[in-house]
Design a protein around this ligand. Structure first.
Ligand SMILES: [Fe+2]
Length: 444
């Protein structure tokens, strides 16, 4: 097996000339020739520039930024999820890359999709998955990541802004959990091997610390607060119930986080009680009621016992300023998070807020039903008293949330691209929802 030595430099200027640290790292086929360099002793709240060189060639220059240690007036993050290559162009990624004041891209998962070409997406676009079959083995996952990483918008975004990522289901297979996935069939082999391959390629191809015990982790934002990234797929998730009538539905052994992860989160939040607690959460925590639709067993609605544990924790008086950041649903939402909808209606109490980000490209409702019908469903849902804690809904646009974290408020700007079938640099901010420090209510 042939290894390659890769030189790296990190500098303080855009031309990468004022080098402050450098080194050489060895990579080899067992890592798919990927390179990860942990860099320490950097100053807080600073831009840095880096470059790799090897085999007589130089990489493009990348930019990153360290988190602040002092209280800053504003820290901005783009919150994204669900970028299906075959569904459209990653225009939203390209637009985020042009922003100059971002601390990070928070990626809540579905960074890749596992499907064969032509199965899920827009067949009229010339964007075909590589390899063309459903990805199952290690080399398949590696190749799919390589394809995504060559997309010019995603490449540009990685070049300009640091990523904080968590996987959702499609980094493995649709609706995955620890022991299986809806889109894993027996003829595709042993699920444990597939999961291992998917995890390995993820750690290789994403900018993430190597050899971690588990993927759930946190980023310290200084006195402003903390960002926690939860793993709701592979850390502990049990197989979902088939529906609310399934005998296991209410069973306390049905978990998405597991006790160890939940204990970790609770302990971490206690360490810095005064800051914002931003929780990167893959699937919707808030319950939604849609005409003629059953609760989604793949979301928190499918795990009521553990959901109640989280609500009990959120109700503790010293657990304040919690914001759930959610992906997965390919739709935009803003919710207040009550203990229950009846409690909300009688006492108007809210324990947290939840901002759910739209997809970068993955299909949302108007790609399967006419837009007029979707708009009608949105209004019906928004005015349904069972959805009283839902303050905002958009089931038809693609884009991202720009989160502005300030000492006294957090504002979520819902930004949408005009189209994904051709390159476009047009976007609009359709809504801004805020939560004030000390409150768990949303205001415009
Ligand atoms: Fe998705």
């Amino acid at each position: 097996m042939k290894h390659i030595d890769v030189d790296w430099v990190i500098a303080t200027d855009r031309q990468c000339e004022q080098v402050i640290q450098s080194g050489t790292v060895r990579t080899h086929p067992d890592k798919d020739y990927t390179v990860h360099v942990p860099v320490n002793n950097l100053d807080p709240d600073q831009y840095y520039y880096y470059r790799f060189s090897s085999l007589g060639a130089q990489s493009i220059i990348g930019r990153t930024k360290t988190m602040p240690q002092e209280l800053v007036p504003e820290l901005n993050m783009a919150v994204v999820s669900c970028a299906n290559y075959e569904a459209g162009l990653f225009n939203a990624y390209g637009l985020i890359a042009e922003m100059d004041d971002l601390a990070a891209v928070v990626h809540l998962g579905d960074y890749i999709y596992e499907y064969a070409t032509g199965v899920y997406g827009n067949k009229s676009l010339n964007r075909k998955n590589v390899p063309p079959h459903e990805i199952v083995r290690l080399n398949d996952y590696r190749t799919r990541y390589a394809q995504y990483r060559l997309d010019p918008d995603l490449m540009r975004l990685h070049q300009m802004v640091p990523f904080i990522t968590i996987w959702d289901d499609h980094e493995i297979a649709n609706n995955s959990y620890t022991t299986g996935a809806k889109n894993h069939q027996a003829e595709e082999g042993d699920y444990a091997l597939r999961k291992k391959a998917a995890e390995e390629a993820y750690y290789e191809w994403l900018p993430i610390t190597q050899n971690m015990e588990h993927l759930y982790r946190y980023s310290d934002l200084g006195p402003l607060g903390t960002l926690y990234m939860l793993d709701e797929r592979l850390a502990a998730r049990t197989a979902p119930a088939s529906g609310v009538d399934d005998p296991v539905y209410l069973d306390a052994r049905q978990v998405m986080l597991g006790q160890e992860q939940l204990d970790w989160l609770e302990d971490k939040v206690k360490e810095k009680p005064e800051g914002w607690h931003l929780i990167g959460n893959q699937v919707l925590f808030s319950l939604t009621h849609a005409p003629g639709r059953k609760p989604n067993m793949d979301s928190w609605a499918g795990y009521p016992a553990e959901r109640l544990k989280v609500l009990n924790w959120l109700e503790e008086p010293d657990v304040q300023n919690v914001i759930l950041l959610t992906g997965d649903s390919h739709s935009s939402w803003a919710f207040e998070v009550p203990r229950s909808i009846s409690d909300y209606r009688s006492s108007h109490r809210s324990l947290a807020v939840e901002f759910a980000t739209p997809s970068i490209t993955s299909a949302n409702a108007d790609e399967s039903i006419p837009l007029d019908t979707v708009l009608h469903i949105e209004q019906t849902m928004l005015h349904d008293s069972l959805n009283a804690a839902m303050k905002y809904i958009n089931l038809h646009d693609h884009g991202y949330i720009l989160l502005r974290i300030r000492p006294t408020e957090v504002a979520a700007e819902y930004r949408y691209v005009d189209r994904i079938d051709v390159p476009s640099i047009h976007q609009r901010t359709a809504a801004v929802w805020r939560v004030l420090k000390g409150s768990s209510f949303l205001t415009k």
